[in-house]
Design a protein around this ligand. Sequence first.
Ligand code: NAD
Ligand code: GLY
Length: 376
Amino acid sequence: MRSHERLRLDLAERSYDILVGDDLLGQAGQHIAPVLHHKRTFIVTDETVAGLHLTTLERALADAGITFEAAILPPGEQSKDFSHLASLCERLLDMKVERGSTLIALGGGVIGDLTGFAAAVLLRGIDFVQIPTTLLAQVDSSVGGKTGINTRHGKNLVGSFHQPRLVLADTGVLSTLPRRQLLAGYAEIAKYGLIGDADFFAWLEGHGSAVIDGDPAARRHAVRTSCAAKAAIVAADERESGTRALLNLGHTFAHALEAETGYGDELLHGEAVAIGMVMAFELSARLNLCPWEDVARVRRHLAAIGLPTGLETGLDADRGGRFWNAANLIDHMSRDKKVKGGRLTFVLARGIGQALLRDDVEAAEVEALLTAAVAE
Ligand code: NAD
Ligand code: GLY
């Protein structure tokens, strides 16, 4: 079997390859060399990932005759802000980054989003390569060119579409990722099945535990299928004027839950997405779009994998004993950046693998759903 698989995200002159394999970090130099203008690179990573994987990347770059310097940030969402963006840009300028230089983002979605945005604005735009090291980053954030930072007004409110030149998704590096982070990434994998690929969802029902438990072939299949799905959607609608919004299945609910918990460790993004996807299916069933059996199937699978599926699970005493309030959640949703003329666009489903966009959902339906969810 080949050591990796190659997918293509087709965007005319901004097209790029996504490689998925078990040992790509150790061969990174040979894969990155062809996309460089000159052999001078700048690695951006966080302290945790640096301790685990930076040496392997540095060795691989050196083997290919590529020079590098590294900027290492603190781990966590707090690094995705104006102050860290500013210090990162100043540091890269101190290191004499040039128009022809390439940044390499080695890390999860935080490092990928921040590095991509730095690349978008430094010297009016330079190249960058994504080496995602979390499951979430491998199946979602490293692909598609959304880059940005958070502000005190909310998440990802300052940013840019800036596509990477290459994505190297090495499933081998996931061996060091904590299980809770793996599960959070898995929610985004399940999302691709729920949006548009019922066969993939059925495969996940049979093989999801193997993906989480580290079976190499299962992990690779899940990452490859997810990246292929995302690449097709982004190629069709890079700037999210239509179909790309389907990738937000469950996210409107998830963002309200995350806003309420302060975007911290109490509830990870993927955990909120798992709960949000169940809510999106339930809302679809309440609107008679989707059979209730499908809602039960979604809930059953996510719960079997170990993800929270409702407000009664996952946020109990050992994580702070939060009590939810439907009015607060509705208030967060009304501030969502997808509100247009007072109406939210929801990603709903006619069934597993059949997502659709609707901007005509009555507020009362959403309130009823959340009130029932809070009371459970
Ligand atoms: P993260 O980048 O904070 O990584 C999670 C934790 O795992 C960090 O502490 C990190 O140090 C650690 N880590 C990373 N790789 C590791 C490894 N291999 N072994 C051990 N530890 C490792 O979080 P994330 O979940 O990867 O990304 C979340 C971010 O992604 C959010 O800011 C979100 O807004 C963004 N996001 C962006 C997009 C997009 O399209 N651009 C899509 C989804 C999410
Ligand atoms: N994560 C959603 C998107 O990339 O559009």
